[in-house]
Design a protein around this ligand. Structure first.
Ligand SMILES: C[S@@+](CC[C@H](N)C(=O)[O-])C[C@H]1O[C@@H](n2cnc3c(N)ncnc32)[C@H](O)[C@@H]1O
Ligand code: SF4
Length: 458
């Protein structure tokens, strides 16, 4: 029999909630027909704004069956090469709206697989950015790496280009699990990738693991956590597999019979977390990150400055996030901006010297308040609701009806809620329930039909 907090959390099995990498979440962005509003938002940025740049590379050599990212399989290099030219042109169009006194402090290459880009092309791309924008001397330049594609030439190009953080996709070290998701990746590939990066001075290493994949067991999870720790990454992300075959058709290739149920998923996360925290000395951050003591993310967690963006947890405190590439999302003080996810539409806009934005979402004062509450819960597992309301110009009781929605969680000891003081805190053993608690403050989730877009809460 399942007892304690785990049993209480499992009562909510079947609930679907967002990952809350933004609020409002992306399904609530609205179509726009032109770039004028985005141009106005860019023009209104302070002259000394710190900027963050996200570059999306939507290509992979083969499809991992679990993949929820926006990507397309291509075996040829020509589409990647063409896309790099489009990225350079897009950067030039964007740069017309950016002042040289606005510095890039964070640059992140994500995907898909940025490792698809050949060494020379990567160097050219960064060089183009350096001529178009001002880079902060201390800029963090991060790249998502598929260890299966890494070559010494590429690592050398990253190092020469100033890349100082690498995030490796590993997922699991068990070959049965990896073969079941079409991603054979023996341990030595990840080991060699980490060694090569460090040999070239790229020392800030993140590693992605997943739980809830087919054929994973509690034992295989523990072993994978141990193997991950053996590589001594600064940060480990342990993502719960979001199975949404109605949105991503290739997920139908996953044998659902081999997928662990919610109860086992809970145990898998707990077992890997315990191994990373108690055996290997990692500190938990948010709902799914583990970092070495002394890492900047551990410090941000301690002093309450941890943030969440579309890549997950981040120490990025820039004033604006600008996106390049198809489907990329930007965030400005006024709201969100998303590029077209459709290659022909994206390409037409660039060739026509237009910014390829097709969706936007201006945020209201109430959206900002709700975003702040959700971000603090996701990052700190706690929030002072009354204080957050006041800081955002509302009365302390403004979100009291949302707070009341937490009564069942409080009764089940999943969250500690002081209804009078208006504070919420979530104990570590309830990390699985954090997104459900955030959902209580999500005004958009109540709209009919949005819930089915999301993955299971547990
Ligand atoms: C863009 S990929 C990382 C870089 C590279 N493409 C790779 O796979 O090595 C981003 C990460 O998202 C996570 N991810 C992908 N699909 C997911 C899903 N359906 N549910 C949860 N996490 C997922 C994986 O951990 C993956 O490493
Ligand atoms: S997980 Fe990474 S490599 Fe696999 S298909 Fe998705 S983006 Fe590509």
């Amino acid at each position: 029999m399942t007892t304690g907090v785990k049993a209480q959390i499992l009562k909510y099995d079947g609930l679907r909630v967002p990952r809350y990498t933004s609020y409002p979440t992306a399904p609530h962005f609205e179509p726009v027909s032109g770039q004028e509003q985005y141009e106005d938002w860019l023009a209104a940025l302070d002259q000394d704004s710190a900027l963050s740049l996200y570059i999306h590379v939507p290509f992979c050599p083969r499809m991992c069956h679990y993949c929820g990212c926006h990507t397309k399989v291509t075996r040829r290099y020509a589409p990647v090469e063409d896309y790099i030219h489009l990225l350079m042109r897009e950067a030039a169009i964007l740069a017309r709206h950016i002042n040289k006194s606005q510095k890039l402090a964070h640059i992140h290459f994500g995907g898909g697989s940025p490792t698809m880009i050949r060494a020379d092309d990567f160097s050219r791309l960064i060089q183009t950015f350096r001529t178009l924008f001002t880079f902060d001397e201390q800029a963090e330049i991060a790249i998502e790496i598929d260890p299966r594609q890494l070559t010494e030439g590429r690592v050398a190009a990253y190092a020469r280009s100033g890349v100082n953080r690498a995030s490796l996709g590993v997922q699991d070290f068990d070959q049965k699990v990896m073969c079941a998701v079409n991603r054979a990746q023996p341990f030595h590939l990840s080991y060699d990738a980490v060694k090569m990066l460090r040999d070239y001075g790229i020392n800030q290493i993140n590693l992605d693991l997943m739980y809830g994949l087919p054929h994973q067991t509690l034992d295989s999870m523990r072993r994978s956590a141990d193997y991950a720790a053996l590589l001594q990454p600064d940060r480990i992300a342990l993502f719960g597999y979001a199975h949404v075959p109605w949105m991503k058709k290739h997920m139908r290739l996953i044998d659902e019979e081999a997928l662990p149920g919610s109860m086992v998923r809970y145990d898998m996360f707990e077992i890997a977390a315990r191994e990373l925290e108690q055996v290997h000395g990692y500190l938990p951050v948010g709902i799914d990150h583990f970092v070495k003591p002394g890492d900047t993310m551990a410090l941000a967690r301690q002093n309450g400055t941890l943030h969440r963006n579309f890549q997950g947890y981040t120490t990025d405190r820039c004033d604006a996030l600008l996106g390049l590439g198809i489907s990329s999302i930007g965030k400005l003080p006024q709201g969100f901006v998303q590029n077209s996810p459709d290659m022909p539409i994206y390409q037409d806009a660039i060739l026509d010297s237009r910014l390829p934005v097709t969706k936007m979402k201006a945020v209201s004062a109430e959206d900002r308040l709700r975003a702040a509450v959700i971000e603090r819960i996701m990052c700190d597992l706690a929030v002072d609701l009354g204080q957050t309301c006041i800081t955002h110009g509302f009365t302390a009781d403004y979100l009291d009806s949302d707070l009341t929605a937490l009564e069942p969680f409080a009764a089940d000891n999943i969250a500690t809620v002081d209804f009078k003081a208006r504070t919420v805190s979530i104990p570590m053993e309830s990390r699985h329930a954090v997104r459900m608690i955030c959902a209580a403050f999500d005004a958009n989730l109540r709209e009919a039909g949005t819930a089915k877009k999301h993955a299971a809460a547990i």
